[in-house]
Each structure stands twice: as structure tokens, then as C-alpha cells.
Design a protein around this ligand. Structure first.
Ligand SMILES: [Zn+2]
Length: 163
């Protein structure tokens, strides 16, 4: 799904220059201190390292950085997934939704983020088996939490009140 490009590890920072399957050049920079940066074309995506921290703390540095970098790339590789999810959320529906406009906005952001994380991590699992093996139990926790969050918040947003 991706040409692997080149990776460089220097001073606890891994830099990876590669390309998405739709041809956009990408620079992924991930650091030991969980500060990550993804640059796609001219767009820079800041990204909290929460998921990478949750799923990978305790792994050897090199492995942790490589998996983290691939997770970040996964965000770009799976871009159609959160976009489709967004369309699903915004699609006009009959009936009265639950909650106030602000509650729905907050829930929508949460759902969107969770779906995006699940997609990126799914990409990682599909392309690098080393992601799953070392920390099985913690990994199961990540998938239950993030997957549950994505499913529940999406369901709440799509549900409509009875007349
Ligand atoms: Zn992520």
C-alpha cells in the first residue's frame, strides 16, 4: 500500500520520508518525548501522541518510534475513512436528534477523532505485525476503548428521538 521511502534515526528522533498511496509526499517526524509531526505536501498536521503513548509505552525505543511513525502515516493512508464517517454524521436525517447543538458538536469531534485513531491503528496492524505482539493486553484495551468510543458516539449522534 505504500512505498517505504527512507527512515533516519538521530538523537531519539525518527524521520521518515515517504508517499501516500494517492501520491502525496509525506514527512513523518516522531520523537522519544512523544512529540510528533506529520507533513503532507504543504499541510502540517499536529498530532497528540496519546494513542501512541497508550499503545506503545514500554517498547524498545527503535521499535516504538517505527510503529509510531507508521501509525502517523496511517492517518494519511486511511484518510477516506474519517471523511466517509464525517459525511455519515452530517448527512441530513429525519427526526429530532438528542442533546444540544454544542453537545452534538463535542460528541462529533470525539467520534471523529476516535474513528480516525482506529483507522490509523488498523492500518498499522495491517502493515506491520510487530504492532500487536509485544503488548497484547494493553493493545486489547486500546481497541476496546477506542473502538467502543467510536461506535458509541457515532450511534448517539445518529440516533433520533421518538415522536
Ligand atoms: Zn493517531
Amino acid at each position: 500500500m505504500t512505498s517505504d521511502g527512507e527512515q533516519r534515526l538521530e538523537d531519539g528522533t525518527l524521520k521518515w520520508h515517504t508517499r501516500t498511496w494517492y501520491g502525496v509526499p509525506v514527512d513523518v517526524t516522531v520523537a522519544e518525548n512523544n512529540f510528533h509531526r506529520v507533513k503532507a505536501g504543504v499541510v502540517v498536521l499536529p498530532h497528540p501522541g496519546v494513542v501512541n503513548w497508550l499503545a506503545r509505552t514500554g517498547l524498545p525505543l527503535r521499535l516504538r518510534l517505527e510503529l509510531t511513525a507508521r501509525h502517523e502515516l496511517g492517518h494519511l493512508q486511511t484518510l477516506p475513512v474519517p471523511l466517509l464517517h464525517l459525511v455519515l454524521l452530517l448527512w441530513p436525517r429525519r427526526g429530532k436528534p438528542y442533546g444540544s447543538r454544542w453537545q452534538r458538536l463535542a460528541l462529533g469531534l470525539l467520534a471523529h477523532q476516535a474513528v480516525w485513531e482506529v483507522a490509523a491503528e488498523g492500518y498499522l496492524v495491517a502493515t506491520d505485525a510487530r504492532a500487536v505482539r509485544p503488548l497484547r493486553r494493553r493493545y486489547a484495551l486500546f481497541w476496546s476503548l477506542m473502538g467502543g468510543l467510536a461506535a458509541l458516539s457515532t450511534y448517539l449522534l445518529l440516533a433520533r428521538q421518538e415522536k
